[in-house]
Design a protein around this ligand. Structure first.
Ligand SMILES: Nc1ncnc2c1ncn2[C@@H]1O[C@H](COP(=O)(O)OP(=O)(O)OP(=O)(O)O)[C@@H](O)[C@H]1O
Ligand SMILES: [Mg+2]
Length: 166
């Protein structure tokens, strides 16, 4: 998949399954923006992704903490640092520097960012945009890879597992 693609997620289980599938094709050095209104399913997708990476604890929404860090150990690979941001309540740009958030974006990390619009001009540009929207009782998701690295990762995406919307 090197172009944008859209899938229908009929229920919460489908969002978790998408996260789980994305976990299998995830590589370090990715910045992923998660767009969508309140309740669109952004945190649910991250929860599926973390569980797909083998994380067994509770995945908390970082609405109040801004970021929740995870260290994922995968076989013989070096640990993967995954940072789950929720910038809905972010309003202090100085905090971005003082808290060292900039350093979280590095060659060993995957950063998933809910509400990137709230810090648009200080965030690194995304490798992938994921847009979630309500669609009937379910959700519709559009995945847009921008960089060569993201397109290479998403080549392994198996759209046959999901209902593809034209
Ligand atoms: N495909 C789906 N169909 C129906 N409901 C879904 C789907 N995916 C997730 N949900 C439900 O949507 C609700 C809100 O999900 P979630 O907390 O992930 O949203 P969010 O986008 O992170 O919201 P916020 O911006 O408030 O953080 C949850 O109750 C979840 O079960
Ligand atoms: Mg959320």
């Amino acid at each position: 998949m090197d172009k944008d693609f859209t899938l229908d997620l009929t229920d919460e289980a489908a969002t978790l399954a998408l996260g789980n599938h994305l976990a299998g094709i995830m590589a370090p050095n990715l910045t992923i923006y998660l767009h969508g209104d309140l309740g669109a399913g952004k945190t649910t997708l991250v929860r599926g992704l973390l569980h797909g990476l083998g994380f067994v604890g509770r995945v908390k929404s970082p609405t109040y903490t801004i970021v929740e860090p995870y260290e994922i150990t995968r076989g013989g690979d070096p640990p993967l640092n995954l940072y789950h941001f929720d910038l809905y309540r972010f309003n202090d740009e100085d905090e971005w520097e003082s808290a060292g958030f900039r350093d979280y974006f590095n060659a060993r990390s995957v950063c998933l960012i809910e509400w990137p619009e709230k810090a648009a001009h200080i965030l690194p540009v995304p490798d992938i945009d994921i847009q979630l929207a309500l669609s009937g009782s379910g959700r519709r998701v559009t995945i847009s890879p921008h960089t060569a690295h993201a397109k290479k990762c998403l080549q392994k995406f198996n759209a046959n597992l999901f209902k593809v919307t034209q």
